[in-house]
Ligand binder design. Structure first.
Ligand code: GLU
Length: 457
């Protein structure tokens, strides 16, 4: 069997790191099993779904390194859902209900007061033809519920009906169908809730593994029953824990701050986002994986914890720095070139500055400092200005290499008697305009003797 997974976002907003977690769990699972990855847009809500959001999701996934093998939209598949609904209706498994929300709430309270589970009592199954006609004459439109297989003879006498599955992430799971209400599959306005279309798509697209957030665990019980009612073997399921903000709130597509797009725009490394999205809330240490192969090797679905995991954006900065520090020039080359960093010095420059970058874009700042002029912010006292001028006299002859800085400052130290910060800081400020930055042993050969001398003057 070919492993086929799907990531099924609704294009009603920007995806965030929690959605990226679901996408990556699926992507890495497919990769590890030579499988296929389907991107499915759950856009049955035509009012709220937007093309721009769908395009944004494709872009965000590509940035994270995910290229779907196939992309489908639910909005193009209504005929399939209608056919499935007809099939269920014909089998007596999808039945019309006319209750208003107020009526349902009243009944729920009554059941609770009688110490009965607050589930739907299937009263609609008792409606006579005359009652139904009366509702229709009133202009009431039915919503449609799926009759859960949680009884043997009499639907009003439900019995414990366990649905079991061996969850790819959580291990053995059990849901009791008698503890649930028959799910509404079609609203009174004729629109589909996500439950049925998702099952129809999973069947049609040959989905072998449904991996999604653990907010869907109960759904899974009902959906397994729907798969069977439609004559299909259910796929395997996996439910990962959800991410929350540091203060424990759920992430929402509507709070744009932690969106993948905003992290990309802020210059966070894609692999920092991917690594954190996958490894947080697992028993694996969070480390910055350099690429998808490395991340796939660290991805162990069963190592995922069962409780929600707090996501701290500050960790992304640490991981981004680690990635930049360890990034080979070949991997950085194209992005450096886009920042105007190219030519024969580009490699040596990268090696000199990469240990000091928070963001790739900082490389552009250092390139300007090396090639144009020191940061204008750097001011020296009269004493220090005199000191650096005298230091210029000790500059060794070229060619310069990694040892030149040490040789030069040793000579300056001997001549001036200065040491430590008093020795190094004025030189650093004169050369770069900044009190901190990459090791000067790396920068000095890039500046060259003439430029260094000019900056000390
Ligand atoms: N559109 C659904 C969601 O975002 C998909 C759930 C699923 O993967 O089945 O929650």
């Amino acid at each position: 069997m070919t492993v086929t997974v799907r990531f099924a976002p609704s294009p009603t907003g920007h995806i965030h790191i929690g959605n990226a977690r679901t996408a990556l769990f699926n992507w890495l699972f497919a990769r590890k099993n030579n499988g296929r990855f389907v991107l499915r847009f759950d856009d049955t809500d035509v009012e709220r779904s937007r093309k721009e959001y769908a395009e944004g999701i494709v872009r965000d996934l590509a940035w994270l390194g995910i290229e779907p093998d196939e992309t489908v939209a639910q909005s193009a598949r209504f005929e399939r859902y209608d056919a499935a609904a007809e099939r269920l209706k014909a089998a007596g498994l999808l039945y019309p209900c006319y209750e208003t929300p107020e009526e349902l709430e009243r009944r729920r309270k009554i059941r609770l007061s009688r110490r009965l589970p607050p589930v739907y009592g299937r009263e609609a199954l008792k409606l006579t033809k005359a009652e139904t006609e009366a509702f229709e004459a009133e202009g009431r439109k039915p919503h449609w519920r799926f009759l859960l297989p949680n009884f043997s003879e009499n639907p009003f006498s439900t019995e414990r009906t366990e649905v079991h599955w061996n969850d790819v992430v959580r291990g053995p799971q059990t849901v009791d169908l008698a503890s649930m209400s028959d799910p509404v599959l079609i609203r009174a306005d004729g629109t589909y809730l996500y439950t049925l279309p998702s099952v129809v798509d999973d069947i049609d697209l040959g989905i072998s593994h449904v991996i999604r957030g653990d907010d869907h665990v109960t759904n899974t019980g009902a959906q397994i029953a729907i798969f069977r009612a439609l004559g299909a073997e259910p796929p395997a399921f996996g439910h990962h824990n959800l991410l929350t903000t540091v203060s424990g709130e759920g992430l929402s597509k509507r709070t744009g701050a932690l969106s993948i797009a905003s992290l990309r725009e802020a210059g966070v490394e894609a692999m920092a986002v991917a690594s954190l999205a996958v490894l947080i809330g697992t028993s694996e240490n969070v480390v910055a994986a350099a690429d998808m192969n490395e991340l796939a090797a660290l991805f162990v679905p069963e190592a995922t914890s069962k409780s929600a995991a707090k996501f701290d954006p500050a960790e992304l900065d640490v991981l981004s720095r680690h990635l930049l520090q360890a990034m080979p020039f070949e991997q950085a080359e194209q992005r450096l070139s886009a920042l105007g960093i190219q030519g024969e010095n580009a490699r040596a420059f990268w090696v000199a500055v990469q240990g000091n970058l928070d963001r790739m874009s900082d490389a552009g700042i250092w390139w300007n400092i090396v090639h144009d002029q020191p940061d204008p912010a750097g001011e020296l006292s009269t004493d220090d200005r005199e000191f650096v001028q005298q230091a210029a006299a000790h500059l060794p002859a070229e060619p310069w290499d990694q040892d030149t800085w040490r040789d030069w400052t040793n000579a300056v130290k001997a001549a001036s008697g200065r040491k430590g910060k008093a020795l190094f800081m004025p030189l650093r400020i004169a050369l770069t305009g900044r009190a901190s930055g990459p090791e000067l042993s790396g920068l000095l050969p890039l500046l060259g003797r003439a430029e260094t001398q000019a900056r000390l003057a």
